[in-house]
Structures are given as C-alpha cells and as structure tokens.
Write a protein that binds this ligand. Structure first.
Ligand SMILES: [Zn+2]
Ligand SMILES: [Zn+2]
Ligand SMILES: [Zn+2]
Ligand SMILES: [Zn+2]
Length: 289
C-alpha cells in the first residue's frame, strides 16, 4: 500500500532531524550524514524512500566496504551493537519522526534494513494522516482530477491535469505497464546491472525507486518493457531540458492511445507528447507538490 513511503529520520543521539530538502534522491528529500570509509571522509545523501538503496555521495563507496555514519548536528558516530543478519556488519539505527526505529546495514551494497514501530497502531494512524492511502503526494481518490475536455473558442483541447493516473502501456506489445499502482520497467544501469525501476503513475508526481543502484543525474543505459523485453529508448530523440535520450511509453487519453515521452536521466522531470498530439492534447505543467 505504501509503495513510495518517504521516511523522515532523526539522529538517535541528539534527536535532530537528518532530512535534507535540497538534495533530492528518488525525487524526495534525502537523509544527510557524514560518512567515513577507509581513510576517506565525505557526505552522503541517502534515499528516504523505504526499500530504495540509492544515494548521492562525494566519495567512492566500493561494494563490500563498511562505512561509519556521523551525525551532521552532534558529530557523533551513529552505530549499534546489533549485527546485520545478512553480512555481520554493525547496523546503523535512526529514529523515525513518526515514532519507532529504522536501521540500515553499514556495509556498502548490503540491502538489509529493518523498520520497527514502537506502537504499530499509532504509527499506522500517523502514516494514514500524513499519506492517506496512496502516499503523501497523491491526491485522494475523490479529489483526483479526471481527464476532461475543455471547449476553447472553436477547438477542443483535452487537458491532462497534474495528479491524473496515467494508464500506461508498452508501445510495442500494448500490455499495461502498471503493477501495484506503479509503472514498472526493466532497466540497465551504467554498470550493466539489470533491475526494475518503479515510477509513480500520477502525472507530475516524480517519486521513484529501483532494485539496482541508480546514480542521480546519470542516464539509464536502457529501459525495456517487462513483457516483450523490447527497448523503449529512442536514440534519435532527446530531452528538451537536459539533452539525454528519452523513452517512449503509451498512455490513454480520452479517445485514443498517445505517445508519452519520459527522460532517461535520473532525477530529470521532463516529459512530453509527440508533435502530432500537441494540437489537441495538453498536459498540465508540473506544480510544486
Ligand atoms: Zn546527532
Ligand atoms: Zn549487511
Ligand atoms: Zn511490450
Ligand atoms: Zn532530461
């Protein structure tokens, strides 16, 4: 239900909030910490999306290395006696703003993490208050705009409003790309690792997560349909904002399938329609959510 849950965490020592609203990872506020690995020190911004392992870091974190995480407020190392059940490295605990704890493994590349709520019914109540059933950024179903036609002088122009659930299909096999309320696509990252990226299906909601590490501001090597495995990338077309290659998916408008383009660069919020459709369809501009 809470597929794109963004967790707000605090230092367990000084209780200060560790969220950074300026450095977005997976298009949400990140968790900012100082980090040490070997003889290098730096700053890391971890994804706050539950189940995402993406981050931005100014030092290299070789897979398998164990890092120390240091609070940017009290400068204490955040660590515990608890060992990771997967790899034996120490777990790094944080308090959740909504109550409870989350812990991550200190070894780069280890995906073990644990969330504990001190009072589950209390946490669920707060989750519901903050997120509703669909997540914080999603309009409530009854408020969700529907695609509507607007009569303007003597032409009909269809406007797809922000927050509209985009029914999304593969342009090759026409199968739906939506599963569990997310757009799911097969991807290849710059290290040739294959995984799945999950995108919000709501227009102008840009939250995402992935099963393999995706560096912010890097271009995906490939995006494929999970059904027919054909590539969705269009080498000949480029993003209007950043120049990266774009990918094509189909969405349903009021009367027909239309081409919908998304940028392949992580974090880029550009999207567009084909020139043919621009005449009778308009997508509402991104709002700050
Ligand atoms: Zn602290
Ligand atoms: Zn581990
Ligand atoms: Zn397909
Ligand atoms: Zn772009």
């Amino acid at each position: 239900m809470y597929e794109f849950l963004s967790l707000r965490v605090k230092c367990p020592i000084c209780n200060e909030l560790l969220m950074d609203e300026e450095h977005l990872v997976d298009n949400e506020a990140s968790i900012k910490l100082n980090i040490e690995m070997g003889d290098k020190t730096g700053t890391i911004f971890l994804s706050s999306i539950y189940g995402s392992y993406n981050y931005i870091c100014d030092i290299d974190l070789p897979s398998g290395g164990v890092a120390s995480f240091i609070c940017t407020h009290c400068h204490a190392q955040i660590t515990s006696q608890v060992e990771c059940l997967t790899c034996g490295a120490s777990m790094v605990p944080f308090y959740l703003e909504m109550g409870g704890k989350v812990a991550i493994c200190s070894r780069a590349g280890c995906k073990n993490h644990a969330v504990e709520f001190t009072d589950l019914s209390d946490a669920l109540k707060r989750l519901y208050q903050e997120y509703g059933f669909r997540g914080r950024n999603y309009p409530k179903p009854e408020e969700r705009p529907v695609i509507k036609a607007e009569k303007k002088e003597d032409e009909f122009k269809e406007i797809i409003e922000s927050g509209t659930l985009l029914q999304t299909y593969c342009p090759h096999c026409l199968k739906s790309l939506i599963e569990d309320d997310m757009i799911k696509l097969d991807i290849t990252n710059e290290n040739n690792e294959e995984g799945v990226v999950m995108l919000s299906p709501y227009l102008n909601v840009f939250t995402s997560k992935s099963t393999v590490f995706l560096k912010e501001h890097e271009t995906l090597k490939d995006l494929k349909c999970p059904h027919c495995h054909k590539s969705l990338k269009m080498e000949e077309k480029h993003c209007d904002w950043c120049g990266s290659p774009i990918a094509k998916i189909n969405i349903t408008a009021r009367t027909k399938f239309i081409d919908f383009y998304i940028c392949t660069k992580k974090g880029c919020r550009w999207h567009g329609l084909s020139d043919d459709d621009l005449y009778d369809i308009k997508i509402e501009d991104s709002l700050e959510w």
